[in-house]
Design a protein around this ligand. Structure first.
Ligand code: PEP
Ligand code: MN
Length: 336
């Protein structure tokens, strides 16, 4: 159950409210985000909701039957959208394409990709500077200096940045250079990282864990929301199954299910989902048709030379075609 509090409720009233909730038999968690103040109540199930509703400071009471609460669509029927500024919005009818290399490699590379994105009307660039790699001998990213360069170029082009954060200590140094923090599949259940991302006011996109369930993904988002940050996106990027013909198995079921279960925007990552460049396009389009609010794809001027994930990376011609097709599908969908 979620109690939505009156804005700017004084501390003594909040304390009295928490005590009253405890007295009834619930375990309360007080959550204050950029947009609101809430008390999440778990524990006791059967209860006359009117008693809580009449407590001083309570604006609204929402009964949520899911175990996750704040990310559930049961209390917030209207979908959330994220405003990145300068007219770049994502979710609740605002679709965004995010594209860029797996890894940030050089100034020349970033300049080239940014120019390409600009010419295609894409407003958000991806690119990792901290790379989680299976082998310690693989390229592990340019680090914070690479991010500064990435940000300087993107600002010139009016392009927003999404990039992966791997540990709590990176959050603060990255802050001024990024627009969205990406939590990678491998860190989807790094609860210390999720807790710390709850304390920042910039958006966070959480990818589904490699063997993560839909519920675990929603709980990962609940960690960040309950930590105080409700500017969240969630991303289906394929899961590990017994199938070896593709890098991962794109769980298309997850798209409508997530959209039913949560009010948060749902993004699809066809690149990591299938891992095969020639099939990224159909998977991306399938994701859009299934209802995704955005797509994130890996692109590079010459994928053969990419420092990481070249096999699933589109070149400029392929990516321009994909962007065109995504927009064509969105146009058709509007008239369905
Ligand atoms: C990436 O986006 O390059 C990445 C490492 O993705 P994932 O965490 O989904 O594997
Ligand atoms: Mn990658």
């Amino acid at each position: 159950m979620i109690l939505q509090l009156e804005p700017k409720l004084a501390a003594p009233s909040t304390d009295a409210l928490l005590a009253a909730v405890k007295g009834i038999g619930y375990q309360p968690t007080h959550v204050t985000t950029q947009f609101g103040s809430y008390v999440v109540c778990v524990g006791k199930k059967d209860f006359d909701i009117r008693t809580l509703g009449s407590l001083a400071g309570v604006r609204d009471v929402h009964y949520v039957s899911d175990d996750y609460q704040l990310v559930s669509r049961k209390w917030k029927v209207e979908r959330t959208y994220i405003d990145l500024g300068d007219g770049v919005k994502l979710g609740n009818g605002y679709f965004q394409i995010m594209a860029g290399p797996c890894s940030i490699e050089s100034e020349k590379q970033v300049e080239s990709v940014a120019k390409h994105l600009k010419s295609c009307g894409v407003r958000v660039m991806r690119g990792g500077v901290f790379k989680p790699r299976s082998s310690p001998y693989s390229f592990r990213g340019m680090g914070i200096e690479g991010l500064k360069m990435f940000a300087a170029i993107c600002r010139e082009y009016g392009i927003k940045i999404i990039t992966e954060v791997m540990e709590p200590a990176q959050i603060e140094p990255m802050y001024e250079y990024i627009d969205v923090y990406q939590v990678g599949a491998r860190n989807s259940q790094n609860f210390n990282l999720l807790d710390e991302l709850g304390k920042v006011d910039k958006p966070v996109m959480i990818k589904r864990g490699i063997s993560g369930t839909i519920e675990e993904l929603l709980f990962a988002a609940e960690y960040v929301f309950s930590g105080g940050n409700e500017r969240l996106l969630i991303c289906e990027r394929g899961i590990r199954t017994y199938e070896r013909a593709s890098r991962n198995t794109f769980d298309i079921n997850a798209i409508p299910i997530l959209r039913d279960k949560t009010h948060l925007p749902v993004i699809v990552d066809p690149s990591h989902a299938i891992g095969l460049r020639e099939f990224v396009e159909p998977v991306a389009l399938a994701g859009v048709i299934a209802g995704a609010d955005g797509v994130i794809v890996e692109i590079h001027e010459s994928p053969e030379d990419a420092a990481s994930d070249g096999a699933q990376t589109l070149n400029y011609e392929e990516s321009a075609r994909l962007f065109r097709k995504v927009r064509a599908v969105l146009n058709v969908q509007e008239n369905w």
